[in-house]
Design a protein around this ligand. Structure first.
Ligand SMILES: Nc1nc2c(ncn2[C@@H]2O[C@H](COP(=O)(O)OP(=O)(O)O)[C@@H](O)[C@H]2O)c(=O)[nH]1
Ligand SMILES: [Mg+2]
Length: 246
């Protein structure tokens, strides 16, 4: 397919064209780059939200809930999840697929995983391009799931004006190590697994470091409206400061 046709199909919101173009960008095919350039100047402005944190903190479960919540608000939602392809996270990814299956039949939801190198995550090289494609295709909300904390979050901040860091109670030393990075890059800190022992302590502790801490129990959908509101509030703020837009 020529780049012009491909770009036009993306702009028309055709899911197969969206998938195809992201694949071309991942494999660095020149036709992909040419189609991407055709998308420049797209007037759309999706809310791009980075969801970051250590493996197992509940990011995918939370995203699943956010997808449901945004769909109820009538928004078209895309999820781009970084796949670290390590044996350790392989199981979690399979779990993601099973959970996300509910959304697979919903035409208003697009889910895509992208390979990153190395267990510590970061972003796949084509993530920024994928976000631009999804924006041009008319998704209202783009959720980017990435494994990583501290320095690595600067990666997700490059593509997502709103960064949510997810922590779980009982991470002890890891939470200590994260604090500096959290303060620098996360706009919202989520203490997920709020049903676990030690959640109160973790919330109080982090509140001393960060002004926006939201407690959630993702498996039960608790705290999701509060998180949606915190995200909206941050977006209103960045809009006022003129920081958003692609
Ligand atoms: N107790 C409890 N478990 C949760 C909660 N949220 C997620 N989990 C579980 O934690 C595990 C890891 O969740 P997942 O979403 O795959 O984490 P990710 O690696 O950060 O994407 C799964 O077994 C989830 O069912 C929660 O709020 N409470
Ligand atoms: Mg996950």
């Amino acid at each position: 397919m020529d780049p012009v046709t491909l770009a036009n199909r993306v702009k028309a919101g055709e899911v197969r064209a969206v998938s195809r173009l992201i694949t071309l960008l991942e494999s660095q095919e020149p036709v992909g780059q040419a189609a991407l350039e055709r998308l420049n100047g797209s007037q759309r402005h999706a809310a791009v939200i980075g969801i970051t944190g250590y493996p197992g903190t509940g990011k995918s479960t939370l995203i699943d809930q956010l997808v449901t919540a945004y769909r109820r608000l009538g928004q078209k939602v895309a999820v781009v999840a970084m796949d670290t392809t390590s044996p350790r996270t392989g199981g979690a990814l399979l779990g993601d697929r099973i959970r996300m299956q509910d959304h697979a039949v919903d035409g208003g939801v697009f889910i895509r995983s992208m390979a990153t190198r190395g267990e510590r995550g970061g972003l796949a090289p084509a993530t920024g391009g994928a976000v631009r494609v999804l924006n041009a295709a008319g998704y209202d909300v783009i959720l980017v799931e990435t494994v990583g904390v501290g320095q690595l979050e600067t990666d997700v901040a490059d593509v997502a004006p709103t960064v949510v860091a997810v922590v779980a109670p009982g991470l002890g030393d890891e939470v200590q190590a994260m604090k500096a990075g959290l303060l620098e890059t996360a706009h919202i800190v989520v203490v997920n697994k709020g049903d676990r022992d030690g959640a109160d302590t973790t919330v109080k502790d982090l509140q001393e470091w960060h002004h926006k801490v939201v407690r959630t129990v993702a498996i039960k959908g608790e705290g999701i409206p509060e998180l949606i509101e915190a995200i909206a509030e941050h977006q209103r703020m960045t809009d006022l400061n003129g920081k958003r837009g692609m």
